[in-house]
Design a protein around this ligand. Structure first.
Ligand code: SF4
Length: 381
């Protein structure tokens, strides 16, 4: 069914907010947080660890830590607590983006039962299942994802268990990979160029003859589609395929993006049809799905990526995250003196809705608008 992605207009007079039709917490994140808190409640006497950050949101992670949960690794796989300190009595929760087969085996060897506290999102598992299906049909699995992201590492590990696998982080890398498929580059170069992104014993000459593309669930839908279409075309030309024979070399793997990523991205496209002056995107700075919402908005209008309302310092200044330098920067006159000012607001799948509400309230506050929550709710009656 065709869904409506028109944003909701919150009209505060001098401040007009276009709120995305879909934003914020997804099923996988809600489920994972619920399991984590239930685990704390049911096991007051046990040490409880999380393999890494539950989700990419600092507020949620701080909340979990304040309940006594300890993180074993940081986002980049750096060990914070040694596995040697674990005993069979401990509980280790697998986060929403899943984990590698190797880590799971390590925990099981210690005697820790991972299945009971596994919060891996079903949409991530769907990608693993899809990888397994095509791997069993002798396709090499190409994963479009961020090579160091926990979910991509987990998907890579599951795919590589059944078949050769390679990670491509973007279209540029897909184009380079295609040069090996077409025989335009020396196979020996591949191992340096894709270091850390291919499975053991990967053979460039043998393992790029039948391929299928899956993705980290939070990538930009249009990017994954473009990469899959491009590699399909490369195979069609190389092996002179026609519609009826494409599957001999290229597996059909559509729809491995999760619904939340897709709907949040489509809702942003809906918001971008409005005449807004700027966009504010709320989420953790290391959140992949949030970063893609920022990218979509940046193409069209000034965009400010903030982690909470505290980053709006006044009606004049905002502290926001800048991807290229990976640091927060201060921008003045971000409301551009517009009256009314029209602002698009959305948040990533790992961002609690309370943060969105906080940002709206802060804007009302810094603009000195006299409107209560009750008056706002009135607009919807
Ligand atoms: S963003 Fe999608 S895949 Fe990731 S936890 Fe949420 S629903 Fe699951």
């Amino acid at each position: 069914m065709k869904k409506d992605f028109t944003p909701t207009l919150l009209d505060f007079g001098p401040l007009q907010i276009y709120l995305a039709r879909h934003f914020g917490f997804c099923y996988g994140v809600e489920n994972a947080i619920e399991i984590a808190f239930r685990t704390v409640e049911e096991n007051p006497d046990k040490r409880i660890f999380l393999l890494s950050e539950m989700i990419h949101n600092p507020q949620v992670n701080a909340d979990l830590q304040s309940h006594g949960i300890q993180f074993m690794q940081d986002n980049y796989g750096k060990q914070l607590i040694s596995f040697d300190t674990l005993t069979a009595d401990d509980i280790v929760i697998i986060p929403a983006f899943g984990t590698t087969i190797e880590l799971e085996e390590k925990l099981n060897k210690i005697g820790i039962q991972t299945e009971k506290y596994d919060t891996t999102c079903p949409f991530v598992e769907k990608v693993w299942n899809r990888s397994e299906q095509i791997a069993k049909k002798n396709y090499t699995v190409i994963i479009h994802g961020k090579p160091k992201h926990e979910e991509t590492r987990a998907t890579f590990s599951h795919a590589a268990f059944y078949a050769p696998a390679v990670i491509v982080k973007d279209m540029e890398q897909a184009i380079e990979l295609a040069k090996y498929i077409k025989g335009e580059k020396q196979p020996a170069q591949f191992y340096e160029e894709f270091k850390g992104q291919y499975s053991d014993d990967f053979s460039v000459t043998h393992d790029l003859q039948r391929i299928g593309v899956v993705n980290q669930t939070t990538m930009l839908a249009s990017d994954t589609q473009a990469i899959a279409d491009y590699l399909k075309q490369v195979m069609v030309e190389k092996y002179k395929l026609v519609t009826a024979t494409v599957e001999e070399r290229f597996a059909d793997t559509r729809d491995t993006l999760c619904y939340a990523t897709l709907e949040n991205q489509q809702a942003v496209s809906g918001m971008l049809q409005t005449d807004a002056d700027l966009a504010i995107i709320i989420g953790g700075y290391n959140s992949s799905n949030t970063s893609h919402l920022v990218e979509l908005c940046e193409e069209k209008l000034p965009t400010y990526f903030i982690s909470s309302e505290e980053k709006i310092l006044s009606a004049n200044e905002i502290l926001h995250y800048n991807f290229p330098t990976k640091e927060e920067i201060l921008t003045s006159d971000f409301l551009q003196g517009k009256k009314p000012v029209r602002i698009l607001i959305t948040s990533g799948a790992s961002c609690p809705d309370a943060l969105v509400e906080g940002v709206i309230n802060k804007l009302i506050d810094v603009l000195n608008l006299k409107i209560s929550t009750e008056q706002l709710i009135e607009q919807f009656h």
